[in-house]
Ligand binder design. Structure first.
Ligand code: HEM
Length: 434
């Protein structure tokens, strides 16, 4: 009766990898009453998400929210149709490269705060790398979203988001989760967490509207945008949804990139040595600026390869809106499609020795257009991709210039897939100041 629910719930990441290995690039499976299809081949993903994007839609229904939309409302990640199109058009300019480089100072401040905190911990301090990178990325998104005004609330925001996101993921992996109106302990904790987030964000919006000094941050930019056709600004509710969306989409993913990159570098001393040489030659101990970041070609290749082998967003999910056909297979309306970015990034038809961490791949003109999609593909591709690349290149170069990160455990770290691909149990490391 439960179909493949038990196996999927026990370890979604293992299930997705082994089903591709055992059954191929397009696999049909069932979680209780829900029919799903798993896509693992770049061309099949393209057929669905680029050529037939009208049939593969976001699964969220504003009248009956589930999954991420329980917490993100109708922000850019979860909305669709005309609302999504309008919001994407309004928000696209905010994420243009020129705007983003103006936020570099805030990102540098967050990076310096981390280095300072590590210095205070003393020599050879032991920390959990995943937690450290999460705090760093959260501080970057807080600084760039609100300037410094809510830094004292970072902990509160992080914990409320964590509760909310875990709950949201559970409603997807287990369709038998009791509806929100039933006061189970988990439901109550979720409602309390969203209450905390709403209070912080709405009070920031109120405060900002009543201020005369303009800040150069994402919140100001969102408050300022106007629809070209109607001249209207966004409603407070819409801004709340976009703020939580950017907050959520914009920190855990980047934290994962930095965590996995530092982990992979610690396991590959040859790559680390080459990276240090580039940083030394190009920066000579200085913090990079927008121009010098452009010169860090190997640093970019290291990050690209880290995002291939450990894609921060492991899967994309869509609802199939009408009966359709992909590669000769009939897919049923109302079932769900899971696109495994992880499987695509390890597909043996496209990547030689896919398990090997080798940044060199990104220095040569290897054919990989379809088979590389850390930021998704099609019209819903990540709007924050330039932001994320700028941020991770900057912070990686700041960390590697000042610290050696030594793994306390030599075993390979297991992957845990919730909404993102995380290291299970974090990564314990020793910090050595260089
Ligand atoms: C390395 C870091 C990041 C990765 C790997 C990543 C990955 C992704 C992916 C795969 C999607 C597509 C989701 C789908 O098709 O269902 C996406 C969408 C999105 N991302 Fe990112 N992201 C990253 C960083 C960021 C940052 C820093 C921001 C904001 C500051 C951001 C904001 C968004 C938003 C708003 C969307 C929804 C776009 C839309 O549907 O129009 N992301 N991201």
């Amino acid at each position: 009766m439960l179909g493949n629910l038990r196996q999927y719930k026990a370890n979604p990441f293992q299930a997705i990898c082994s089903w591709q290995r055992d059954y191929g690039d397009l696999v049909s499976f069932r979680l209780a009453v829900r029919q799903l299809y798993l896509f693992s081949h770049p061309q099949l993903v393209e057929q669905a998400l680029v050529k037939q994007s009208h049939n593969f839609v976001k699964m969220y229904n504003p009248k009956k929210p589930t999954g991420l939309s329980l917490i993100l409302g109708q922000g850019l990640l979860t909305s669709q149709g005309d609302l999504w199109r309008r919001q994407r058009r309004l928000m696209q300019p905010v994420f243009q490269r020129a705007n983003l480089t103006s936020m570099l100072p805030q990102m540098i401040t967050a990076g310096n705060n981390l280095l300072h905190r590590w210095q205070q911990l003393g020599d050879e301090a032991q920390v959990n790398l995943a937690d450290e990178m999460m705090q760093l990325a959260l501080e970057v998104i807080t600084q760039t979203m609100f300037s410094t005004s809510v830094l004292d609330k970072v902990g509160e925001i992080a914990s409320a988001l964590d509760t909310g996101l875990k709950y949201a993921a559970k409603t997807i992996s287990n369709p038998l989760t009791p509806p929100l109106f039933i006061p189970t302990p988990a439901n109550r904790a979720f409602k309390q967490a969203t209450g905390v987030l709403d209070d912080i964000i709405y009070s920031m919006i109120d405060q900002r509207r009543s201020q005369s000094i303009e800040q150069r941050d994402l919140l100001s930019m969102l408050l300022k945008v106007r629809d070209d056709d109607t001249g209207n600004a966004m409603s407070d509710q819409q801004i709340r949804d976009e703020v939580i969306t950017i907050f959520t989409a914009g920190h855990e993913t980047t934290a994962n990139v930095l965590t996995w990159t530092l982990y992979l570098l610690a396991r590959h001393p040859d790559v680390l040595a080459r990276l240090k040489t580039e940083l030394h030659d190009q920066l000579q101990g200085n913090t990079p600026d927008a121009e010098s970041l452009q010169q860090l070609v190997y640093t970019r290749a290291v990050l690209s390869e880290a995002m291939r082998i450990r894609p921060p967003a492991g899967i994309l999910i869509r609802k199939i809106s009408q009966d359709t056909e992909i590669d000769g297979y009939a897919l049923k309306a109302d079932s769900l499609a899971i696109f495994s970015i992880y499987n695509v990034h390890h597909h043996p038809d496209y990547w030689q020795q896919p398990e090997q961490f080798d940044p060199e791949r990104f220095l040569t003109a290897e054919k990989r257009k379809l088979a590389y999609m850390p930021f998704g593909t099609g019209e819903r591709v990540c709007i924050g991709n330039h932001f994320a690349l700028l941020e991770s290149q900057l912070l990686l170069s700041m960390i590697v210039q000042h610290y050696d990160v030594e793994l306390l455990n030599n075993d390979e770290i297991e992957i845990e897939m919730a909404v993102t691909v995380r290291p299970k149990g974090g990564i314990p490391v020793r910090l050595k100041r260089r």
